[in-house]
Design a protein around this ligand. Structure first.
Ligand SMILES: C[S@@+](CC[C@H](N)C(=O)[O-])C[C@H]1O[C@@H](n2cnc3c(N)ncnc32)[C@H](O)[C@@H]1O
Length: 461
């Protein structure tokens, strides 16, 4: 039986397929694409069903520690991968329904809130509609109803385990506790929050206040959160964001918007953006000055997104598919005035936006990333002119990728002077208060942003 795409049952089933994909090792965006292909959801015709699937899958990833523990607790015989994931999606809705609707869960409402009986009914329909899960529809019904009857006791029981309580792997929590003994709980909690949608306004084309007025006239609530950053009260599809198609604004987190200004670029300079895709910071650099910019990216598919982004902004750069740690393969031999090294990292600072990352990463990835970051920066440093500036960025909150790396670079890079930089930015509105290597704090920090680490080095003249 094919369910209608606008039914919750269909959307839960497709979201379950995406969640199963992550369980099997895919990144969530790819898992969602695969689920859309499997359920024949077209980009334009089925935009609303695709949006609903995506929303359900992202929400489930944020609650995955809790819902996985609940399934293990309530189901004695493993139900199979699809049913397992369907239960995870349905339990997420029931848990979030509690938050949004109060105790009885019987009223719809809130953001994406569904009445509890609707969730159960639709989950059973979803199971019944697919031959791979139809056998389990009675079990789905029984498990969800039991959860509704016993939810306080069940949640209290499974949340004794910290992975289920915080929705983060145990090794991740250990690293947070070690690095931030007095703030780790706030950090762990923020990983399950919904991130804000933040825009970067190209203030060379439209003044920030004028853009805020334009949003207000369109009935879009927003506030300024940085020199060029505007946070929307509610996320919107980009097609509905005024000025997006014409390149006046881009979607970019307020913390990410610090990178380009920190390079202090001027017209005519040669600038290298070494790990550039999808080109968020490339576009920002090109908006700030008329520079000769080379954007290097090792992943060819992702490099294409730099071209797409720059085309929307009416900007140009030389996009090179190459490995930043092997400049001999792509460098033309002319030194750069500025280098941005936005290196690959654990992405522990952006888990609000990418809730699958925590379930896909392994602790052993960290050492490999640290080595790769060192290799990239060490190989880029000789490409910098004397007097030039290199900005090192990660979207991580683990000190091994942040302050510890900055100290290593300061000691290892010949002729490097460490300049003032924001250091560690913690996500959300958690105060930073983290050692920044004695470089002092940086004024003008935005008020709500993802987690980043910034360090700057100048080559002695
Ligand atoms: C943090 S993301 C960059 C985000 C980008 N700067 C922006 O603002 O939109 C890191 C990028 O580096 C790329 N990458 C990873 N290893 C690389 C390498 N050795 N050389 C060049 N690019 C690399 C990844 O594919 C990824 O696109």
């Amino acid at each position: 039986m094919r369910l209608p795409p606008d039914s919750l049952a269909f959307q839960m089933l497709a979201a379950a397929a995406a969640v199963r994909g992550v369980n099997e090792g895919s990144a969530l965006p790819q898992a969602i694409e695969a689920a859309c292909a499997q359920y024949r959801l077209e980009r334009t015709r089925d935009a609303s069903a695709r949006g609903a699937l995506q929303d359900l899958a992202y929400r489930t990833m944020r609650q995955f520690g809790t819902v996985r523990a609940l399934v293990t607790r309530m189901v004695s015989r493993p139900p199979g991968a699809l049913v397992d994931s369907l239960l995870a999606v349905a339990l997420t809705l029931l848990i979030e329904g509690d938050k949004e609707q109060g105790q009885d869960g019987a009223q719809g409402g809130g953001q994406g809130g569904y009445a509890a009986f609707t969730v159960v009914d639709q989950a059973v329909n979803a199971a019944a509609s697919d031959p791979k899960s139809a056998h389990a529809r009675g079990m789905v019904n029984a498990v969800l109803r039991r959860f509704l009857r016993e939810r306080e006791a069940l949640l209290a029981e499974v949340r004794r385990d910290e992975e289920a309580r915080w929705n983060l792997p145990a090794w991740w929590l250990r690293l947070l506790r070690e690095a931030y003994p007095d703030r780790w709980q706030a950090l762990a909690g923020s990983a399950s929050e919904r991130p804000p949608m933040t825009l970067r306004v190209n203030t060379a084309r439209v003044a920030l206040d004028d853009y805020l007025a334009r949003l207000a006239a369109a009935g879009i609530a927003a506030e300024r959160v940085g020199p060029q950053a505007v946070r929307l009260a509610r996320a919107l599809p980009v097609a509905q964001v005024p000025g997006f198609d014409s390149g006046e604004v881009s979607v970019q987190d307020a913390g990410a918007q610090l990178a380009a200004p920190l390079l202090e670029i001027a017209d005519g300079q040669r600038v290298l953006d070494a790990c550039a895709a999808p080109g968020g910071k490339t576009g920002h650099l090109l908006e700030l000055a008329d520079v000769e910019l080379t954007a290097v990216e090792s992943d060819a598919a992702r490099a294409q997104r730099i071209d797409e982004n720059l085309a929307r902004l009416h900007q140009r750069a030389q996009v090179v598919i190459g490995d930043a740690s092997r400049p001999q393969a792509w460098w033309d031999g002319k030194p750069y005035d500025r280098i941005l090294a936005d290196v690959p990292c654990s992405a522990s600072g952006i888990v609000r936006r990418h809730p699958d990352i925590r379930w896909l990463r392994r602790e052993s990835d960290l050492g490999k990333l640290v080595n790769e970051q060192r290799r990239i920066v060490s190989q880029l440093w000789p490409l910098l002119k004397p007097g030039g500036i290199l900005v090192y960025v990660t979207c991580s909150i683990f000190p091994t990728e942040g302050e510890e790396q900055a100290q290593w670079f300061g000691a290892q890079l010949p002729d490097a002077i460490r300049l003032q930089a924001p250091g560690q930015l913690l996500p959300g509105s958690i105060p930073n208060g983290v050692a920044d290597g004695g470089t002092g704090s940086h004024d003008g920090l935005p008020s709500d942003h993802d987690g980043f680490f910034y360090a700057r080095f100048q080559k002695r003249l």
